[in-house]
Each structure stands twice: as structure tokens, then as C-alpha cells.
Write a protein that binds this ligand. Structure first.
Ligand code: FES
Length: 172
């Protein structure tokens, strides 16, 4: 069992001890997602066991609502708007470029969990179409070169942090 799976089981055990078993399935799943950022498979099976329902029941409820996610979010969450205004402004080209650069599909996470990529409906900034939300930042008039710039910026940040940590270690 991975450390994360153990943490999920421990957290659920504690949750049910404190909250009792009177909560609805949706409430428990929302709390689990709030805590871990997604619904881990192990967690859903444990919820089923603790609530005395079938795992199929839990999966059925979780997949019915589109607010649940089944992959861990990346450190940088990339949400590409595919609403009508963005669609007209070639959001598909933007999504393709993110996919190519990150080497993952929509709904997936990079193996290092640095990035997750999602298609989303209108984020309410249609005049800025095409739009991508990176973390909490809404970026309008998105282009392939902007994507390259964002990724380059992240790479430089990461490199700076590694260099800083190396200098600290050497100085210690
Ligand atoms: S359609 Fe993309 S922001 Fe509205």
C-alpha cells in the first residue's frame, strides 16, 4: 500500500469516528475530495465498506456528478475553456497544444503530478476568448506561444528553487 493510500484510509477512519455514519454518501465523497483533491479508488472502496453499501453504488454516485474528479490534481491545474465563444476562437487548437506540450490527454495528470489538464465549460470571461485558467489565474487571448511562455516560466521557477535548495545544502 502506498503512503497516500494509507493516509486516505487513516483519514476516512478518523472522519467516520468523528462524524458518525449519519452523513449522506455525497457529503462523505465531497469531504474526501476536499481533503485529497480527488477521489482515490482505495478511498471509494473504503467509503463503501464503512457505509455498508456496494462499491458499485459509490462509483455510480461519484461518476453521476461531474464535480468529482478521479485523478489527483497537478501542482498546476490547467483548465481549457471549451465554451461556445472559446470554441469559435479555436479552443481546440489551444487544447491540442497543451496536450502536446504536457504529453497527456484531457482529464489526465503528468506522471510527476506537476500538471493536470481539463476541458471546462464557459468560465465567464468570453470577451477574452480563447481562455485557459492556470491555477487561479484566468489567461485570455490564449495562444500556443503563450502556452510555451507559461511552461518556460514554470521551468525557470522550478530550476531556481532547485538551485536555491542546493545552495542552502552546500552552505549548511
Ligand atoms: S466560452 Fe470560454 S470563457 Fe466563455
Amino acid at each position: 500500500m502506498t503512503e497516500e493510500e494509507q493516509a486516505v484510509l487513516d483519514w476516512l477512519g478518523e472522519y467516520f469516528r468523528k462524524q458518525g455514519s449519519g452523513k449522506s454518501l455525497i457529503t462523505v465523497l465531497l469531504a474526501l475530495q476536499e481533503k485529497f483533491g480527488y477521489l482515490p479508488g482505495q478511498g471509494m472502496r473504503e467509503v463503501a465498506r464503512l457505509m455498508g453499501v456496494s462499491a458499485a453504488n459509490v462509483y455510480g454516485v461519484a461518476t453521476f456528478y461531474n464535480r468529482f474528479r478521479f485523478n489527483p490534481p497537478g501542482r498546476h491545474e490547467i483548465k481549457v475553456c471549451m465554451g461556445t465563444a472559446c470554441h469559435i476562437k479555436r479552443a481546440d487548437k489551444i487544447l491540442d497544444h497543451w496536450k502536446r506540450r504536457l504529453e497527456i490527454g484531457a482529464g489526465e495528470v503528468t506522471p510527476d503530478r506537476e500538471y493536470s489538464l481539463e476541458r471546462v465549460a464557459c468560465v465567464g470571461c468570453c470577451t477574452l476568448a480563447p481562455v485557459t485558467v492556470v491555477g487561479d489565474e484566468v489567461i485570455g487571448n490564449m495562444s500556443t506561444s503563450k502556452i510555451d511562455g507559461i511552461l518556460l516560466g514554470h521551468d525557470l521557477d522550478r530550476k531556481q528553487k532547485v538551485d536555491g535548495a542546493t545552495r542552502e545544502t552546500e552552505g549548511a
